[in-house]
Design a protein around this ligand. Structure first.
Ligand code: URA
Length: 192
């Protein structure tokens, strides 16, 4: 298995897809490499591309609030994306781009060995949980994949566009908190 150092340096130099031509920074991931909970977004936006860190723009500010609701913060979890480079004009990442990039996320996941994976939005859920995932119907539902508990939340950008989705997300976050208490009983990630 690759070390973090090897993985990160390969990713930072990646030329596997055309997004390498237009990126400012590779957005590798942030947080605890010992985290029990891994959050997976779609791909960097403008601010993420400029700063080299996931979820630092408007959606990221809302993600911080969502984490705070259940006594988490970005130092206690790990946050990464399906694609590590910004798709131009924030369009959805193409399958070709996702295929070129997913190996980095798989390697990160193998190193972290999270007990829980939270997909942020439909693109991540379709890639990680089920290719036919329906976010409106299946957000907040738990799936078991090889002993790892997985769920999807609405993407924070969707919650910014449509605040009517927020009450559902609050319930989904409480379900995540309960799951953390169940499967990470002596974890520091969420207070009793
Ligand atoms: N949206 C995402 O999916 N990921 C980020 O890192 C920022 C915004």
């Amino acid at each position: 298995m690759m070390t973090w150092e090897e993985l990160e340096s390969r990713c930072m130099a990646c030329q596997n897809c055309p997004l390498a031509e237009t990126r400012t920074n590779v957005v590798f991931g942030v947080g605890s490499r010992q985290a029990d909970v891994l959050f997976i977004g779609e791909g960097p936006g403008e601010q993420e591309d400029l700063q080299g860190e996931p979820f630092v723009g408007p959606a990221g500010k809302l993600l911080d609030v969502m984490l705070e609701v259940i006594d988490l913060d970005r130092t206690k979890v790990y946050i990464a994306n399906i694609v590590k480079c910004r798709p131009p004009r924030n369009r959805d990442p193409l399958n070709l781009e996702q295929d070129a990039c997913i190996g980095y996320l798989r390697a990160q996941t193998a190193l972290i060995r999270p007990k829980i994976i939270v997909c942020l939005g439909r693109i991540a859920a379709m890639r990680i949980i089920d290719k036919d995932f329906r976010i409106t119907r299946q957000h907040g539902q738990w799936f078991d994949r090889a002993g790892v508990s997985m769920m999807a939340l609405y993407h924070p950008s969707a919650l910014l566009r449509d605040p009517a989705k927020r009450p559902d997300t609050f319930l989904d976050l409480k379900s995540l908190q309960a799951k953390i208490r169940e499967v990470c009983p002596d974890s520091f990630v969420t207070k009793r």
